[in-house]
Design a protein around this ligand. Sequence first.
Ligand SMILES: NC(=O)c1ccc[n+]([C@@H]2O[C@H](COP(=O)([O-])OP(=O)(O)OC[C@H]3O[C@@H](n4cnc5c(N)ncnc54)[C@H](O)[C@@H]3O)[C@@H](O)[C@H]2O)c1
Ligand SMILES: [Zn+2]
Ligand SMILES: [Zn+2]
Length: 343
Amino acid sequence: MKAYVKQNAGPGASLLDIPVPVPGEGEVLIKVKAAAICGTDIHIHDWNAWAQGAVKNLPLVMGHEFSGEVVELGPRVKKLKKGDYVSGETHIPCGNCYQCLNGLQHICANLLLPGVHRNGCFAEYIAYPEMCSVKIPESIAPEYGAVMEPLGVGVNAILEGNVGGANIAVVGCGPIGIGMISVADALGAAKIFALDISEYRLNLAGTCGAKHLINPTKSDPVQAIREVTGSVGVDAFFDASGNPEAIVQAFKFLRKGGHAHLVGLPSKPVSLDLVADVIFKEATVHGYHGRKMFQTWTAMMNLMDSGKVNLKPIVSHTMPLSSADEAFSLIRGGNVSKVVLLP
Ligand SMILES: NC(=O)c1ccc[n+]([C@@H]2O[C@H](COP(=O)([O-])OP(=O)(O)OC[C@H]3O[C@@H](n4cnc5c(N)ncnc54)[C@H](O)[C@@H]3O)[C@@H](O)[C@H]2O)c1
Ligand SMILES: [Zn+2]
Ligand SMILES: [Zn+2]
């Protein structure tokens, strides 16, 4: 099969012909229909410091966000059948640690991720644990099935955030932020402020429910949000930028007693003024890693299947797997949302 493989410790990856994997115990073989490129893949492609620490098993088939069809069952597969249409939950839990045994398997102490710790989905086939192959409705097109994993990160935060009737800000309008805005709009958020330094991405945010678009390089978000909220601030903000300065600023436009929902991953420590912005503000801070298994998936499928969320702005480009090099260059050039590869 064709696969996009990180062969050596260094930048880049190569399209190779490699054997179709054999599903092990409790695994299914999935014919990949669509696979989306994520920031994590860019880090591994670049071979930055994080990737050098995280990726230990080269050569490695890259990629973790995918949808596909089950074509073969490994031993002791219990529920899935050939022909089932699935999307990949990428947090593969151990099943035995404290978290796994206490309803928190999505933050298992021994998480394994495809495309990082084991072969991924930028390939014609992937062998994958049955329990992390989520059967999804046929109404979801493959490119949207492939982005359910990143969408789910945002859905997890937005569902926890009880956004109905609330004024909220989404900081960072990449695919995760855009997904949050679509879902928050579907769930009845009142005023939705979208912040990004990219005009391209702010425009996308405007097409999926954000009425207040703020480019922090052009106007002061704290002032803009205070003006529209009668000097109160937002009830909650959701960070999907991972930008330390943007996070510090978001705590300033959060109202007293508000909720800070942190999804973006800053690459360095963030210095907050705890007294003013958390303690006296009585702010509640929430962190999220991935999706609840599998409550987030159920809600996401219901929302997508019922047509309540506008996902169009999330996927900006589809390209054949054979153009993976071009796809990575395109992303580095900006002015894209999700780029999806079709094997
Ligand atoms: N917590 C988790 O489980 C989890 C999972 C996946 C990804 N992530 C993280 O979530 C974040 C969002 O993911 P994505 O794929 O949408 O990333 P992305 O890089 O495509 O989007 C981030 C956006 O933030 C914007 N941004 C940068 N600086 C900003 C600033 N000062 N103010 C406002 N916006 C700013 C960028 O222009 C970009 O559009 C990333 O940090 C990613 O690492 C977290
Ligand atoms: Zn991802
Ligand atoms: Zn575990």
